[in-house]
Design a protein around this ligand. Structure first.
Ligand code: SAH
Ligand code: SF4
Ligand code: F3S
Length: 475
């Protein structure tokens, strides 16, 4: 019988008082893996994308070469997500394929990391039901991947899911996916404990990186020629609160703006912690992009209370309008959950009302997915699945309508676009993002990649724009 430990809200809440440990990590060297191939698949959010860059840093320091071909791989790493049930299902589905592969090539090392692994219940399940998995490592011990691989190569099965929630590691070497835009962690974990969410359990306590470390990283990226940094956190606005010395996100954002890196973005913002000073800094510096992802989750104050979001519909709307007034041309996107336990048609209409009022530039929409151990999973939920799906469809129809309408407003205008690469569908074009985070396919030469160019917008679709480079005539 295996013991199954579930996320425990009361237990987890005690941790807010624990002290944060700051330590530095270094890469482990060995010639055992030189020339071997690794296959890495990432599920989930930007945080996981960036964690994968840390994993790649470790694997490539060991001399390994990336491959997209599972059959070629000597080491397989899955960086998993636990946010909704379908995220779990995808990973367990993939494990089925890997099981077959392991039968033919038992020497392949399989490592499962990320948010699913950090849930003790899932780590136990993998250990007992998928014994061909060699390594299970959590979000808190990514830096140990090198050591775990060396252990596994001598036949040890390693389940290393450390539950230390108070650490901040510096000195991480990332193998970054882009040489133009870069992720920069500013705050780890989450202490908001929204009642539906697993993240506070899989990512641990809210803990900020030291301001000087962040600025040093941004300066280095700038020196290396990076055009854009995205400051990362589950709740970037909570930055600095744990220092209890008055440091906050506005101060950090201003310091990052002063590095003069061309573009600065940040995700995700929580309406609760968003101050007037943060809005002022965003509008003051031209290198802080006028784009805010501000999840509302629901338009019903009753449901927001059950979700533990700590703001009402009215408070959200007043923050939204303040941003629109004070930050010229700001684009705002959101996240919305439908079918939260007890959500009535009236509650849902309140959500639609927020969408009609805010006319968001875009929205990620989800059906509530109960996560074992979270308070919402125990709430009475009597809305049929089909009704939840209908609500999602009704919502998406409105969301897409406004997304297209906002895009259409740009037709005929000339906007700055940071070009990131060659368009996937048409190699004669390049693609990039406006300052407001809209995807544009551009008629321009490949030599524009990595540059911010002026683009005349010619056409708008729901999820992208078409345009052509405007070459200004010099007098
Ligand atoms: N830290 C961010 C979001 C993290 S998760 C924030 O607070 O806004 C990304 C999105 O997934 C959330 O905004 C929410 O809309 C959705 N989500 C989280 N848990 C969910 C669940 N149990 N069911 C459905 N959607 C969920
Ligand atoms: Fe989850 Fe975001 Fe709420 Fe934190 S703030 S619990 S990450 S939804
Ligand atoms: Fe998923 Fe973990 Fe991100 S649960 S959404 S990968 S923080």
């Amino acid at each position: 019988m295996i013991s199954v430990k579930l996320p425990d809200l009361k237990e987890a809440k005690k941790r807010t008082k624990e002290k944060v440990e700051y330590s530095s990590v270094s890469l482990i060297s060995s010639d055992k893996f030189i020339g071997k191939h690794y296959f890495l698949r990432t599920y989930g959010c930007q945080m996981n994308e960036h964690d994968s860059e840390e994993m790649k840093g470790i694997l490539e320091h060991l001399g390994m070469i990336p491959t997209d071909d599972l059959l070629l791989a000597d080491v397989i790493v899955l960086n998993t997500c636990a946010i909704r049930e379908n995220a779990h299902d995808k990973v367990f589905g993939y494990l089925g394929r890997i099981k077959h592969l392991k039968k033919e090539r038992p020497d392949v090392i399989v490592a499962i990391g990320g948010c699913m692994s950090q849930e003790p219940r899932i780590a136990e399940e993998i250990k007992s039901r998928h014994p061909y998995v060699n390594i299970v490592f959590g979000t808190h011990n990514i830096h140990e991947l090198g050591k775990l691989l060396l252990d596994a190569s001598v036949g040890n099965q390693d389940i290393e899911v450390s539950s230390i929630e108070g650490s901040v590691y510096e000195g991480i070497t990332y193998q970054r996916d882009s040489s133009i835009t870069a992720w920069v962690n500013i705050i780890y974990g989450c202490d908001k404990f929204c009642t539906y969410c697993i993240v506070p359990y899989t990512r641990g306590k809210e803990r900020s990186r030291k301001l000087e470390e962040i600025i040093q990283e941004v300066n280095l990226l700038k020196q290396q020629g990076y055009q854009e940094v995205t400051l990362l956190g589950q709740n970037v606005n909570a930055y600095g609160k744990d220092f209890q010395d008055g440091t906050d996100f506005a101060m950090l954002l201003e310091a990052v703006a002063k590095t003069n890196i061309p573009r600065i973005r940040f995700v995700t913002s929580h309406p609760w912690d968003f101050t007037d000073e943060m809005i002022r800094i965003i509008s003051l510096y031209s290198n802080v992009m006028p784009y805010i992802h501000l999840p509302v989750q629901s338009g019903s104050s009753r449901i927001l209370k059950l979700m533990g979001r700590r703001y009402t519909k009215e408070e959200y709307l007043s923050l939204f309008w303040k941003m629109k007034e004070r930050i010229p041309g700001v684009a705002i996107t959101t996240d919305i959950i439908v079918g939260f336990p007890g959500e009535t048609e009236e509650d849902f209409l309140e959500t639609l009302d927020v969408v009609e009022t805010c006319k968001f530039d875009g929205a990620y929409t989800f059906i509530f997915s109960p996560r074992v151990g979270t308070p919402a999973a125990l709430m009475k939920d009597d809305t049929p699945k089909e009704e939840k799906e209908r609500r999602l469809q009704r919502l998406n129809e409105r969301v897409n309508f406004y997304s297209k309408q906002n895009n259409e407003k740009l037709v005929g205008k000339t906007v700055p676009v940071l070009i990131l690469g060659v368009s996937e569908k048409d190699s004669s074009r390049v693609y990039g993002y406006t300052d407001t985070m809209k995807l544009v396919n551009v008629e321009a030469g490949h030599d524009t990649i990595g540059k911010i160019i002026d683009v005349l917008i010619l056409d708008a679709k729901s999820f992208s724009l078409d345009g052509k480079e405007v070459i200004s005539e010099k007098v």
